[in-house]
Design a protein around this ligand. Sequence first.
Ligand code: AP5
Length: 212
Amino acid sequence: MKLILLGAPGAGKGTQAEIICDKYNIPAFSTGNILREAVKNETETGLKAKEYMDAGALVPDEVVIAVIRERLEEPDAQAGFILDGVPRTVAQAEALEQMGVDISRVININVSDEDIVKRLSGRRVCETCGASYHTIYKPSKQPNICDRCNGRLIVRKDDEPSTILARLKTYHEQTEPLIEFYRKRGKLAEVEGAEDLSETTARVAKVLEALE
Ligand code: AP5
């Protein structure tokens, strides 16, 4: 199973990726997580990516394509994977095709801009393991403590209100065209990202059952 999760920032790609990973035992590759780790460790990639990420802009294609090419060559990627947050431009999607990656399905999670702002402003992430929570829709059992690893929950730097709007603008201009790109290839499945998290999960599960 080789899946792509598409959707605006905060549509729930990371949340659904975690659930699919656990159910199907395949790894999820989030370019956002990989790049945040690179920024934290001040690697060459991290130094190139930081200013774009802080501004809510996309990291240049050549940087992201190199990151994902390297990740897809790892042994754990051979049996299947979920791509969360990549591709995000037509150039990235074309690069995947040139690498010979045969995608089974592209799931686009639809959420209105208004709901995106609500979601991102309530999001909390674990600074240790990266697990994602929401103050209302997916609270942790103990306030500000990760259920998985007891790490501290923090607000992501790019979830500040002005950066959220910049990320949405970037999404509409550069990533939304991918919906048509994959529709034309007969790969697209559309899912409404309902306010109830379990409902979105059930809709995604239906798409995946059709692939089994
Ligand atoms: P990245 O980390 O990929 O961020 P994003 O796409 O903006 O996506 P998010 O992680 O913010 O949201 P999500 O859809 O995973 O939502 P989540 O599940 O957390 O990228 C960050 C930056 O890195 C980019 O801005 C860019 O600079 C750079 N970058 C990354 N990839 C790149 C690429 N390919 N090319 C170039 N640059 C790249 O959910 C959000 C919240 O809502 C959570 O709190 C969750 O609990 C809640 N929630 C989820 N689902 C539901 C639901 N159904 N109902 C109610 N609440 C829900």
